[in-house]
Design a protein around this ligand. Sequence first.
Ligand code: WTA
Length: 644
Amino acid sequence: MLINPKPVTVEGSYVKDYEKLYKDSIENPEAFWGNIAKELFWFKPWDKVLDWKYPYARWFTGGQTNIVYNALDRWLKTDVSEKTALIWVSQDGTDKKFTYKELNEEVSRFANGLKSLGVKKGDKVTIYLPRIPEQFIAMLGCLKIGAVHSVVYSGFSADALKNRIDDAQAKVVVCSNAYPYGKKTIESFKNVKEALKDNKTVKNVIVVKRIEGATIPVLNDLGGAQRSEHAHGVKNTVSSDQSLQSYLWWHELVSKQDTICLTEIMEATDTAFILYTSGTTGKPKGIIHAHAGYMVGIYTTLKWVFDIKPDDIFWSTADAGWITGHSYILYSPLINGVTTFVYEGTPDYPDIEIWWKLIEKYKVTKFYTAPTAIRALMKFGEEAVKKHDLSSLKILGSVGEPINPEAWLWYYKNVGREQIPIMDTWWQTETGMFMITPVPSVGLKPGSAFKPFFGIDADVVDDKGNKVPINTQGYLIIKKPWPAMFLDVYNNPARYKETYFEKIPNVYFAGDSAKIDEDGYYWITGRNDDVIKVSGHRLGSAELESAFVSNPKVAEAAVIGKPHEVKGESIKAFIILKVGIQPSDELKAELVQTVRKSIGPIATPDEIDFVEKLPKTRSGKIMRRVLKAQELGQPVGDVSTLED
Ligand code: WTA
């Protein structure tokens, strides 16, 4: 099935001839990216577009810029200054709007607040906030002064937060006292307090008061009586848990600050942020992104794939705790000078029509979400969507996991009224930007992510690196560097090399499998490593297993992802208990809690089986592949290395 774009879509499209432009871009990617980069602001132009010393690519070397200069400062002397940069709608339906000028002022205040606490270029700041404006202000504020943010998704537990704070050696943590989540109130501050026990690096904790109320932990619990001193920059006091941190309210910190703060000049390859993501080992990896290359990559991809025009209101339903939120809720929409839209709540709160109501009310023009959400909303039928006037929409998008043709068509018919195209964008935390994606003017096949973006040299190969035949599944690789490519794995260059550049020498190994069909369309079939995508959230088997074995009753654990109708994948665990421990339903419930405590509610397993044995290699490695094949009733494949 080929779905061709409507003439008006093609007319408005930046890219009219994909094939030609792709060919040109691949013949000379450096000229291609260099030309685009000139559309942005540089304190100093680059000497070299690309410096590629396998396995490290450095883009725009010698250049100086700052993402925030391009996202905010650049607009201040233009008409964009008075335009809405951010529309934020709270769970109770009230909204807050910030013009570019206002957002810049808030960001400057916060940035000055960080400076008053002694935060300097290169210092790490962990941001553990829900989807509220302060999440974005904090991110921008860090980059403005050259500090490095590490955003931790608000759904992660205290333990997961602790690991990330410790690995990054954060100096400051920004969090909220609590926040509403559907009918519940999440007491996020408690997690922070727990995460900071025995911590030696964090000096200040900045707390946003998202919820008023006595039942919520207040700063006084933490010896905050002296907090006015901290705001004056006086050296700090010891809180009740004997750590060295001072706690201060966000509003008290920023109210004293100036609304002007110079944006730091950054080297092109300076680190902008670290974002932790799951891989094949128990420990999440800190993915490092730089200012310049990342900025150029995300700017171009959003602009061309979503045909960004000045009046756009772009809504990505992701969270800034994930890469989608970094690249396409916050930075790219602002670099493109348009309005980014954010809804605090979940897709089903206060009811399952909320997304469609918001699109109608705020006249959202571009809408970007995940297949899991579409599948969940599909269950409630089309009526909930059809009631609403969604005619403001011009382009739809999908990300996070393969979209099944059925969900694609439902989205196309009901949300897009068969008038507007769906951009199924394949990319990763590591890639920073869309890699395999359509542009609006091309013919689409439901379930296919189309072809590589301009300048992206992708392929599907076997384990020797040879191209596989048409319609044959193989490993998805990228053969040449791209601008938003990550710089490294924080504190772990060996892991960078091994995971991404040695599986198949000289190319980037994505960890996904794919097929290319007779028309050159890519069909992503899912991960080929031990990464599980649950509702689009990225989790690692090993990470889940180490969570299970943190329970003293568990001897061994093996975790696999199983296909799930709504979530894409669900978590199934096989557990060997310690000698003398009896399996029971209570114990299952306890283990669910163990995992939730160690990672967070997003990692809740759907199934737990108690077993006597696990399939292992002779060297003792658990063969999850065998478990998965058995579970799904598929051929087990080569088991010559199996011990038993
Ligand atoms: C999966 C999310 C199929 C893929 C931006 C990838 C997709 C992982 C798609 C990265 C898509 C993302 N089609 N699969 N359009 N988009 N994925 O780092 O398995 O959270 O490797 O980045 O999501 O997840 P991450």
